[in-house]
Write a new protein. Structure first.
Length: 85
């Protein structure tokens, strides 16, 4: 059963890390409803916010893989309500 969720990413060393993150986002692209990305030039970080719809197992796998990437900080939340599939 799918649920709506939010995933926030802070990416340090953007030049080296962004391609790794983007490859994973492409892999899970089917589940991503919306994406906003900001490049904070003065702090040399990238900030990405995702709106996703996925089941709890997929959500855990996705956020876990993101969290294993060096220089990436992940904050995520999944709604309690089940969406219509």
């Amino acid at each position: 059963m799918k649920r709506l969720g939010v995933v926030g990413l802070i990416i340090k060393d953007r030049e080296r890390t962004a391609s790794i993150v983007n490859n994973l986002l492409t892999e899970y692209g089917y589940y991503i409803i919306g994406r906003m990305g900001i490049h904070e030039k003065e702090k040399h970080v990238g900030i990405i916010t995702l709106i996703v719809e996925m089941d709890t197992d997929t959500f855990g796998a996705f956020t876990g893989k993101l969290g294993q990437i060096k220089n990436v900080t992940v904050c995520s939340s999944l709604s309690k309500e089940v969406t219509n599939e």
